[in-house]
Design a protein around this ligand. Structure first.
Ligand code: NI
Ligand code: MN
Length: 226
């Protein structure tokens, strides 16, 4: 399973030759200026909520690739108005089989307005189960006891968690989240893109290490294999 970081909370994950793209926000992100959104691969685009820093490039990438967009019904309806044709609406609690594995939508504690002010439904996270590995992509969320439902009922190999604080949980709460989801292998996201979410990467790494957990902070454009 190859994982490529496109900045902020945007990751490409390749599972069995299928390309999943999470929360595309590339062209407005000055830190990701070396990433060309027009060449990013996608068979599926998974969107956690309607905020611009998670959806900015979704319309253009969906139109170019024809990728199926997995998101809540409200965001799917908004994308349809923007001319996107291929959506797979889901909602929290729902699980669905795709050709790469299963997607289960889980709760996120956040908000979800769309860029033009339209209602964006409820924000969510995704649990992906595949023949290769299982992982949790939290989206934007506070630490919540609902994460225990993820850790108690399935085995998570690694997780993408927000660590930038201010709009989402920060490093200390992300460490608590590792206990709730019963997974110690974390890829950090939603940090450093904007002033209010600037973090000290070294300190973050030390805090995780002291807690006996692993925090991976990828360089933008970097690909790792899991
Ligand atoms: Ni948000
Ligand atoms: Mn955000």
């Amino acid at each position: 399973m190859n994982i490529t970081y496109y900045g902020h909370s945007c990751f490409g994950v390749e599972i069995g030759g299928k390309h999943l793209l999470f929360d595309p926000f590339i062209t407005p992100n000055s830190l990701a200026k070396n990433i060309d959104a027009a060449t990013v691969k996608a068979d599926y685009i998974l969107i956690t909520h309607g905020h611009d820093d998670h959806i900015a490039d979704a319309v253009s990438i969906a139109k170019r690739t024809g990728a199926a967009v997995v998101c809540n019904s409200e965001i799917a309806a908004w994308l349809e108005k923007q001319g996107v044709a291929n959506m797979h609406p889901m909602n929290i609690g729902g699980k669905k089989s795709f050709d790469f594995g299963f997607v289960k939508c889980v709760n996120a504690v956040h908000s979800s307005g769309l860029p033009d002010g339209s209602y964006g439904g409820h924000p969510m996270g995704f649990v992906i189960e595949s023949n290769e590995k299982n992982f949790y992509y939290a989206g934007d969320t506070a630490l919540t006891y609902d994460m225990k439902l993820i850790g108690n009922y399935r085995s998570i190999d690694f997780a993408f968690l927000p660590i930038g604080d201010n709009f989402t949980m920060g490093i200390d709460n992300a460490i608590i989240a590792t206990e709730f989801i019963n997974c110690s292998d974390i890829i950090g996201m939603h940090y450093n893109t904007f002033d209010p979410i600037k973090i000290d990467k070294e300190e973050a790494g030390h805090k995780f290490k002291r807690a006996g957990k692993s925090l991976t902070l990828l360089e933008i454009g970097e690909t790792i294999n899991k």
